[in-house]
Design a protein around this ligand. Structure first.
Ligand SMILES: *[C@@H]1O[C@H](CO)[C@@H](O)[C@H](O)[C@H]1NC(C)=O
Ligand SMILES: *[C@@H]1O[C@H](CO)[C@@H](O)[C@H](O)[C@H]1NC(C)=O
Ligand SMILES: *[C@@H]1O[C@H](CO)[C@@H](O)[C@H](O)[C@H]1NC(C)=O
Ligand SMILES: *[C@@H]1O[C@H](CO)[C@@H](O)[C@H](O)[C@H]1NC(C)=O
Length: 957
C-alpha cells in the first residue's frame, strides 16, 4: 500500500514529460517510407551542378517523390504528390537531369517541379485535358531556353486526344502545345539533339497497332514530318513495346514479335526497322525482355538487351551506326542461373553496364566485352530482384560501382561493390494490421500467479513454495550470469537496460501485399524476419491475433494463416469459408494486470456473428453495413438481443469500446476539500458515432453494451462529414473530435476536441442509486429502472488541426496519468495530450479557487494549443499514420506506442515521467565508490575512535 501511495504522488509530479534529445533514436524509432520505387523513375542524380555526390531519386507506387542518401539509405526529403480523387493511372513519373537543379514529377493530371537539393516546390501545373502519360526533360540548349532549369516536354492523354506541351523550366508555363486529334493512343515523347518526337499508336484496320512517330520542332512545336511503322503484326497492346529511348543521340524504339523469336529496332525518326533474331541459346522459354540504354545526348549509341527465363538470364550488347541507322550485335553476357539485373550509366560518352547476379556483380564497358570490375555479391533472396540502377565511378583503370536494387516486395537495397550497404523496408508502407508478440515465459508466470490467487491461503503457500523449488534449477545459470549482469548494469545507462521489463517487445505486422514482418521495438524497429505468406496485391486482412509462439492472421474470406512468431514459418492454413467477414471480434478478460483472450469470432458484413459463442460467457456489440449497432449474447447468432438505430438520416460510422486492458487505479476523484466524486465505471461502455451527411449533424451516443440502453447522447451541428471524426473511450471518460460548429452561441466553426467525464452522481461523497449494492445488472433489478444514468461533465476545446485517429496510453495498473494519443495528419505528427489538460472541470471564466488549484485544475481556455512537449514524434515527420497501438510494460511508468499505416513509428511514453526508473544522470559507479569509500573510512577510523574514547575514560577518572 505504501508503494502505491508513493506511486500516486509520483503520478502527480508533472502532467507531461517531453522527450529529451538524448533519447531520440534510443527510445524511439521511425521508418520513413516511400513505398515500392517505380523502376522507370528511379535514378542517381547530382542534386546541383555544384556538388559531386549523387543522391538516389524515385517516385513510388504511392506517388511519393523521395531523395535518398546512397551512403546510408536515409531519406533526405519526400513529397507526396498523390491527389485523392484525381484520375491517377498507374504509378507516377519522375525525371531528372545531371546539371539541372530540379526534378520533375507527375501523377494523375498534375506535374510539379521540385528542388533536387531540398525538395522545395518550384512550380506546379495541372491539366484539365487528361492524365500525364509521359514526361521528358529537354537536355539540349536552344535559343528559347532562358535559364538554368531545363524545360519539360509533357504528354497528356485524354479523351481521344494527345497533347504535347513544352513547359518552361522556371515557371511551368506552357511555351507551346501540339494537339493530336486523330484518335491515336498517345504513348510517349522522346527527344534527340534536334527534334522532339511524339510517339502514338495508330489502330490498324484488322488488329494491332502501327507506331506513328511525329517529329516536332523544339522551338515552335510545329509538326515537321511524320513516319508510320508497319508494326501491326507484332504489337497487340501498348505493353508489347519494350523500350522507347529519349535524350540520346539516337533514340530507339524496340519491340519484339509475338513469338519472341526476333527483336525489332527502329531509330526514331527513320523508317528503317532492324530485325534481330533472338539467339535462344538457353533452351528455355524467354519470359521477359528488357532494354537498357543510356539517357544522355553525348553518350555512345550502344544498348543492352536482357533476356530473362524461368531460371536464369543472359544479355546482348548492340551498337547503332548513327549514319546508316543499322544495329549490330557487339558481344554477349553469358547465360547464368538465378537472378540477374542490369543497370546502365555513363561517364561522359562512355557507357557502362553493371550486372548483378546471385553470385557476383560485374561492370563492363559497352564498347568491348572485357570485364572492368568483378566482385562477389550475395543478392540471393527469396525476394526477387526486379530492377537496378547503378552509379559507376572510374579512377584510372579501376572502377567502383554502387547499385540500388528494387525487389519484388518493394524493398530497396544498395549494393556497393558486392556488399549490401543498406536495405529500406519500403514494403512496410502497406501495413494494414499489427499485433504485439506474446512471450511464453511471462504467460506461464501470469498463469501460476492466477492459480495462487484462486486457492486457499495454505494451498497458495504450498503452490508457491513448489514453484520456487522448481525455479531452483535455473539458479546455477543465474549465478554464472551474475557477475556479467552486475558489471553491465553499472556500466550501461538505464534507458538501454530495460529489456527485461517488457520494454523490448516484438510486433508482428502484415501488409496488404501478402507479406508478414516481425519488428523488434527494442532495437530501433529492426526487422527480425519477413515472409511472403500470400502472393497477392490486395490481402484483405481483418485481424492478427497472437498467442505465445504464434500469430494467426484472419482474412476477409474466412480463411486464416498461422505463422511461427519467432521465425515466420507458416504453421497452418485454413481454407476460405463462404461468408465474407467484416471484422474479427475477440473476447478478452482482464485478470490482474494482464489480459487473457478467451476466444475470437468472425463477424459478417450484416453484423451477425458467424457462429454462436457457446463456450464464452460474454456479449458482443457489432455494427452492420446498413448503419445499425447490434448487441448479441451467447447461444444465439440469429437475432440480436438489442438494436440501436440512430435517428433517420444518420449513419453509424464508428463504435468504440473501452480497451480490454483498462485498469482503474482509483474509483473516485479526490477533490481539493478531501471529498470524493465517484467515477461511473461501467466496463461495457460503447461510444457510437453517427453522421447525417445531408443536414451536417453528428450524433455521439454512449451505450451500455449489455442492454443497449443509451446512457448519454449529444448532437453537434455544422459537421463536415468529409473531415476526419475520431473518438476514444477509457476509464470513466471519452473524447471525440470533428470539424463543426462550436457549442456556444459564437458561431465560429473549427476543429473541436470534446471531452466528457462520467460520474455516479453530481454530489460529492455520493454513490448514486447503486450506493452500497454489492453487484448490479444491466438488464434487470428489483429497483425497477435497471441502470442508473451517469452524471456527465463535458468541455470542448478548439484545436488548430484535424485529428484522424485517437488512442489512449495504457499502463500496467493505470496509476500513471493517461495521455490521449492523437494522430495529426496535417502536420505528420502524433501528440499525447495529458488528461489533466483535458479535465472538463477546469473553471471557466475565473481563476481556480485554492481547493481547485490543489486538485490540479487550472483556468479553462477555449483554444487548446498543442504544447511542443506533447509531441511524441518531436521533430520527426511521421506521415500517413492510420492506427496507433499502445501496450503496458512491466514498468508502471512506461507505455509502449506503435503507429503504422504509412510510416512505421514506435516509442515509449512516460506520461508521468519515468518515476520508477533511475535517470541517465544517476551514476551507479559513483554510488558504489561512495559506499566503498565510506566503508573504508569506517574501518580505518573506528579503531582510532575507540582508542580515543578509552583514553578519555582514563583521563576523566
Ligand atoms: C568535384 O570533383 C572535381 C574533380 O574530381 C573536383 O575538382 C571538385 O572540387 C569537386 N567538387 C566538389 C564540390 O566537391
Ligand atoms: C527457346 O527454346 C525453347 C526450347 O528449345 C523453346 O521452348 C522456346 O519456345 C524458344 N523460344 C523462345 C522465344 O522462348
Ligand atoms: C517456432 O520456431 C522455433 C524455432 O524453429 C521452434 O523452436 C518453435 O517450436 C516453433 N513454434 C511453433 C509454435 O511451432
Ligand atoms: C446481487 O445482490 C443481490 C442483493 O443485493 C443478491 O440477492 C444477489 O444474490 C446478488 N447476486 C450475486 C450474483 O451475487
Amino acid at each position: 500500500m505504501r508503494l502505491q501511495a508513493a506511486l500516486f504522488i509520483a503520478a502527480c509530479l508533472s502532467p507531461a514529460a517531453a522527450i529529451y534529445s538524448d533519447e531520440v533514436n534510443h527510445i524511439d524509432f521511425h521508418h520513413a517510407l516511400l513505398g515500392a520505387p517505380s523502376p522507370d523513375s528511379t535514378f542517381f542524380l547530382k542534386p546541383s551542378s555544384a556538388s559531386n555526390a549523387s543522391l538516389l531519386y524515385t517516385i513510388s507506387e504511392k506517388s511519393i517523390i523521395g531523395a535518398v542518401n546512397p551512403r546510408d539509405g536515409s531519406l533526405i526529403w519526400r513529397q507526396d504528390i498523390s491527389r485523392p480523387g484525381s484520375a491517377t493511372s498507374g504509378a507516377g513519373i519522375l525525371r531528372g537531369l545531371d546539371g539541372n537543379n530540379a526534378v520533375v514529377g507527375a501523377a494523375g493530371d498534375s506535374i510539379s517541379s521540385w528542388s533536387a537539393q531540398d525538395g522545395k516546390l518550384i512550380w506546379e501545373n495541372q491539366f484539365a485535358d487528361g492524365a500525364v502519360a509521359d514526361l521528358e526533360l529537354l537536355e539540349q540548349e536552344d535559343a528559347s531556353a532562358t535559364s538554368a532549369s531545363r524545360d519539360t516536354i509533357a504528354l497528356t492523354s485524354g479523351e481521344g486526344a494527345g497533347i504535347v506541351r513544352r513547359l518552361d523550366g522556371e515557371s511551368g508555363k506552357t511555351k507551346w502545345e501540339y494537339k493530336d486529334n486523330t484518335g491515336d493512343v498517345a504513348f510517349q515523347v522522346s527527344s534527340s539533339p534536334a527534334e522532339i518526337f511524339y510517339i502514338s499508336l495508330q489502330s490498324a484496320m484488322l488488329k494491332g497497332y502501327r507506331i506513328k512517330v511525329t517529329s516536332l520542332d523544339p522551338i515552335t512545336g510545329r509538326q515537321a514530318r511524320q513516319v508510320v511503322l508497319n508494326s501491326e503484326n507484332d504489337i497487340a497492346a501498348q505493353d508489347s513495346i519494350l523500350y522507347v529511348g529519349a535524350n540520346t543521340a539516337s533514340p530507339l524504339i524496340v519491340w519484339a514479335d509475338k513469338s519472341l523469336k526476333s527483336l525489332k529496332v527502329n531509330v526514331i525518326g527513320t523508317k528503317q526497322i532492324n530485325t534481330i533474331a533472338i539467339d535462344n541459346t538457353s533452351g528455355q522459354e524467354v519470359q521477359q525482355i528488357t532494354v537498357h540504354a543510356p539517357h544522355k545526348l553525348n553518350s555512345l549509341p550502344h544498348f543492352l538487351v536482357h533476356y530473362k527465363t524461368e531460371t536464369g538470364a543472359w544479355a546482348e550488347v548492340f551498337h547503332v551506326d548513327l549514319k546508316s541507322s543499322v544495329v549490330t550485335k557487339a558481344y554477349q553476357l553469358p547465360y547464368l542461373q538465378g537472378q540477374s539485373v542490369v543497370a546502365t550509366n555513363n561517364i561522359d560518352a562512355n557507357v557502362y553496364f553493371t550486372r548483378v547476379t546471385d553470385a557476383e556483380a560485374i561492370v563492363v564497358s559497352s564498347a568491348s566485352h572485357g570485364i572492368l570490375g568483378r566482385w562477389n555479391a550475395d543478392v540471393s533472396s527469396t525476394d526477387r530482384a526486379i530492377h537496378a540502377v547503378a552509379d559507376v565511378v572510374t579512377k584510372g583503370k579501376s572502377v567502383a560501382v554502387r547499385s540500388a536494387i528494387i525487389r519484388d516486395s518493394g524493398d530497396w537495397s544498395l549494393i556497393r561493390n558486392g556488399q549490401t550497404e543498406w536495405t529500406r523496408p519500403e514494403a512496410l508502407i502497406y501495413t494494414v494490421a499489427a499485433a504485439w508478440v506474446e512471450e511464453e515465459d511471462q504467460e506461464d508466470l501470469v498463469h501460476e500467479l492466477e492459480v495462487e490467487g484462486h486457492e486457499s491461503l495454505i494451498g497458495a503457500y504450498i503452490h508457491r513454495v513448489k514453484r520456487h523449488l522448481r525455479d531452483l534449477q535455473y539458479l546455477p545459470d543465474w549465478l554464472k550470469e551474475l557477475p556479467k549482469r552486475i558489471v553491465t548494469s553499472i556500466l550501461t545507462d538505464e534507458v538501454s537496460n530495460l529489456d527485461s521489463f517488457g520494454v523490448a517487445k516484438s510486433i508482428i505486422v502484415a501488409t496488404e501485399k501478402g507479406r508478414v514482418y516481425a519488428l523488434d521495438t527494442g532495437r530501433q524497429g529492426t526487422i527480425k524476419w519477413s515472409a511472403e505468406v500470400e502472393k497477392t496485391s490486395h490481402w484483405d486482412i481483418k485481424a492478427i491475433l497472437t498467442v505465445p509462439g504464434s500469430a494467426e492472421i484472419y482474412i476477409g474470406d474466412g480463411s486464416s494463416v498461422r505463422v511461427n512468431s519467432s521465425t515466420g514459418d507458416i504453421i497452418s492454413r485454413s481454407a476460405p469459408t463462404n461468408v465474407n467477414l467484416q471484422s474479427i471480434a475477440t473476447f478478452e478478460q482482464q485478470v490482474g494486470s494482464s489480459v487473457i483472450r478467451m476466444g475470437s469470432l468472425g463477424i459478417q458484413e450484416d453484423g451477425s456473428p458467424v457462429a454462436p459463442f457457446d463456450d464464452i460467457t460474454g456479449f458482443l456489440v457489432t455494427t452492420s453495413n446498413d448503419g445499425r449497432v447490434l448487441g448479441w449474447v451467447e447461444k444465439d447468432n440469429k437475432s440480436p438481443v438489442w438494436e440501436f438505430v440512430p435517428p433517420t438520416g444518420q449513419k453509424v460510422i464508428k463504435a468504440v469500446g473501452r480497451p480490454s486492458h483498462d485498469p482503474v487505479a482509483s474509483i473516485g476523484k479526490v477533490l481539493g476539500d478531501r471529498s470524493v466524486l465517484y467515477k461511473y465505471l461501467n466496463p461495457n461502455l460503447v461510444l457510437v458515432t453517427a453522421v447525417n451527411e445531408q443536414d451536417h449533424t453528428a450524433g455521439f451516443y454512449l451505450l451500455d453494451g449489455v442492454s443497449g440502453k443509451v446512457l448519454y447522447s449529444v448532437s453537434r451541428t455544422g459537421v463536415d462529414p468529409t473531415q476526419p471524426i475520431a473518438s476514444a473511450i477509457s476509464e470513466n471518460w471519452f473524447a471525440y473530435s470533428f470539424f463543426g460548429d462550436a457549442v456556444d452561441e459564437s458561431s465560429a466553426k473549427g476543429y473541436q476536441l470534446v471531452v466528457s467525464e462520467l460520474y455516479e452522481s453530481p454530489i460529492v461523497n455520493d454513490r448514486g442509486p447503486l450506493d452500497a449494492a454489492g453487484n448490479y445488472s444491466s438488464l434487470h433489478s428489483d429497483r425497477g429502472d435497471s441502470l442508473p444514468l451517469p452524471h456527465v461533465v463535458t468541455q470542448s476545446f478548439v484545436i488548430a488541426e484535424p485529428i484522424s485517429h485517437m488512442a489512449v496510453t495504457q499502463t500496467r495498473q493505470g496509476i500513471t496519468t493517461r495521455q490521449l494519443l492523437c494522430v495529426l495528419p496535417s502536420s505528420n505528427a502524433i501528440v499525447g495530450i495529458p488528461r489533466p489538460v483535458l479535465d472538463p472541470r477546469r473553471p471557466v471564466d475565473r481563476d481556480p479557487t485554492s481547493a481547485e488549484a490543489e486538485e490540479g485544475l487550472f483556468r479553462y481556455a477555449p483554444y487548446l494549443d498543442f504544447d511542443g512537449k506533447w509531441y511524441l514524434t518531436h521533430s520527426r515527420d511521421v506521415a500517413g499514420i492510420k492506427t496507433v497501438l499502445s501496450r503496458p510494460t512491466l514498468l508502471e511508468s512506461t507505455s509502449l506506442i506503435f503507429a503504422f499505416g504509412g510510416d512505421i513509428y514506435g516509442t515509449r511514453a512516460t506520461p508521468s515521467q519515468a518515476f520508477d526508473i533511475l535517470g541517465k544522470s544517476f551514476s551507479k559507479l559513483q554510488l558504489v565508490l561512495t559506499v566503498v569509500a565510506l566503508a573504508a573510512g569506517v574501518t580505518f577510523l573506528a579503531p582510532m575512535a575507540r582508542k580515543k574514547q578509552v583514553n578519555m575514560l582514563w583521563k576523566a577518572t
